[in-house]
Write a protein that binds this ligand. Structure first.
Ligand SMILES: [Zn+2]
Ligand SMILES: [Zn+2]
Length: 269
């Protein structure tokens, strides 16, 4: 049984609003759950939605801006209170371990499970996770600090007719946040079934967007169009824009198959 479901836990940007929490997603692929980014408040949304964490073994963190990682210590502490036994693997820039270790040593001394940090190089496109059915590789992005997206590929082993097997790639999901417009990512995400691309600003804030090294909804759509992806999901909305319909409108003018990320919503990928 194959699954491909994306749950949005948070789709705001750095400033939390009543409408949006900072970044966080759960990707369910091949009966496994992967967390992508873990902004503050992500664990509350998980609980509110009744999502189980028993199948959650791996968390991928795009970069170390707070809106993508401030939720980790709270989540880990809560999982400890739930007497979790399975290890939790975190894939992130090497500095995350330096930052989190002292917090874990102080707040989570008797943690019932192991937290395993895997240092990734955000500047290089490479496979950082692989099991029998899923592989995850990095997508170097252009942002104020080292940052990468993640490409999730569902794999299937098929008989080759000669007693052997070959691996066939199926569904692919690309997560690209945070980044300014960069065509360097196109070869990495070309033909992806679903692309999540940040759309922090509308065109009205194009200057601010450039300064903060983010993308507008229109730019996200340009990338989706040039990469010929199946569908685009936009998110990481700035608190400056109240009407989220504007993001969708501007993106759809360029790439009609655009969906707007909304918290606690689930998407087939
Ligand atoms: Zn961000
Ligand atoms: Zn950022």
């Amino acid at each position: 049984m194959t699954t491909g479901k994306l749950t949005i836990l948070g789709c705001g940007s750095a400033m939390p609003t009543f409408q949006n929490s900072p970044s966080g997603q759960i990707l369910e692929l091949c009966d496994k759950a992967f967390m992508i980014d873990c902004g503050e408040g992500v664990q509350l949304t998980l609980r509110r939605m009744g999502l189980k964490t028993a199948r959650l073994y791996n968390i991928f963190v795009s970069h170390l801006h707070g809106d993508h990682c401030f939720g980790l210590i709270g989540l880990i502490s809560t999982l400890g209170m739930m007497s979790r036994r399975q290890p939790l693997h975190i894939y992130a820039h090497a500095d995350l371990e330096k930052l989190l270790r002292p917090l874990l040593d102080y707040h989570c001394q008797d943690l019932s499970f192991e937290v395993v940090f895997h240092a990734i190089n955000p500047r290089k496109a490479e496979v950082v996770y692989e099991d029998r059915t899923v592989s995850v590789s990095t997508i170097p992005l252009k942002h104020k600090v080292p940052c990468c997206g993640f490409l999730f590929t569902e794999k299937h082993r098929r008989a080759d007719g000669n007693g052997g097997f070959y691996v066939e790639s199926r569904r692919r999901y690309a997560y690209c946040s945070d980044t300014m417009y960069t065509e360097k990512i196109l070869p990495l995400i070309e033909g992806t079934d679903t692309l999540f691309h940040e759309a922090t600003y509308t065109e009205q804030y194009a200057d601010k967007c450039k300064l903060t090294m983010h993308s507008t909804a229109r730019q996200a759509a340009e990338i989706a169009k040039k990469a010929a992806v199946g569908q685009l999901i936009i998110g990481h909305y700035s608190a400056r824009v109240d009407d989220h319909g504007l993001f969708l409108q501007e993106a759809k003018e360029v790439f009609p198959d655009t969906l707007m990320a909304e918290e606690r919503q689930q998407y087939q990928i």
